[in-house]
Ligand binder design. Sequence first.
Ligand SMILES: NC(=O)c1ccc[n+]([C@@H]2O[C@H](COP(=O)([O-])OP(=O)(O)OC[C@H]3O[C@@H](n4cnc5c(N)ncnc54)[C@H](O)[C@@H]3O)[C@@H](O)[C@H]2O)c1
Length: 251
Amino acid sequence: MRADRFTGKTVCITGGAQGMGRQAALDMAAEGAAVAVTDIDDQALEDIKGEFDEMGAASLVLHCDVSKCSEVEAAVARIADQFGSLDILINNAGLLKSFTIEETTNELIDRTIDINIKGVLYAVRAVTPIMKKQNYGRIVNISSIAGKNGDNTTSFVYGASKGAVITITRSTARQLGPFGITCNAIAPHAVMTKMMEYWDDDKKQAMADKIPLKRLGTVEDMSNLMMFLASDESSFITGEVININGGYYMD
Ligand SMILES: NC(=O)c1ccc[n+]([C@@H]2O[C@H](COP(=O)([O-])OP(=O)(O)OC[C@H]3O[C@@H](n4cnc5c(N)ncnc54)[C@H](O)[C@@H]3O)[C@@H](O)[C@H]2O)c1
């Protein structure tokens, strides 16, 4: 196992049992982190636990629905208790549904806000006293191109929720900066995970053709940026929202 950027660090990745969060969890474990993964998919949690154990990594997997404040607070307390610190929080859990404006139900609006916005607020609030006490922390939020530029393939509440993640990132960066805590976000687009299974092959090809780098995103691309923002290599960067989309959208 490689052990460098994250040796001695504890990381919590929400929704980290699959997709880009899973990749970041495994990559950070390979670089020495003690990794706690929370998710609502118990089979995926069990699978990633097996991978951590094969690597010989210190790890913890917890069933935790980020939309439930009590579960988030209990998970954060358990992680800090087990590993003695909580240095890095990656707010990765998310819900995306593809519906038109007229099709978007009240239930979908509520569920998207509960997971994509409240889940981030609950987790940031729960880690704040721990990170303040440490005078150290790295928070990485997963926004989206839809939160910056709007989007016509996802429900409009998804873009709204990811826009909120950007303002949460900036407020957190301003308020926690004096305590040695950075907070940044990434704004991905077109990363081929389970969430994007609703794109058929024609849609994927059409999108790749429009991207200057002529390909779709990979979970490794996302993990590399999450790790940079979670590491001390980015210690003078805070409140930023970094596009990661092959040049499809620039601002
Ligand atoms: N894939 C993309 O193109 C893309 C683009 C922009 C932003 N994002 C964002 O990236 C993040 C990761 O998505 P992904 O593409 O890896 O998707 P994914 O579906 O592979 O992974 C999402 C994970 O979140 C978990 N999850 C869902 N609801 C949860 C809840 N209430 N509590 C805890 N965990 C929950 C799922 O079980 C799953 O393991 C999301 O926030 C998503 O909105 C993805």
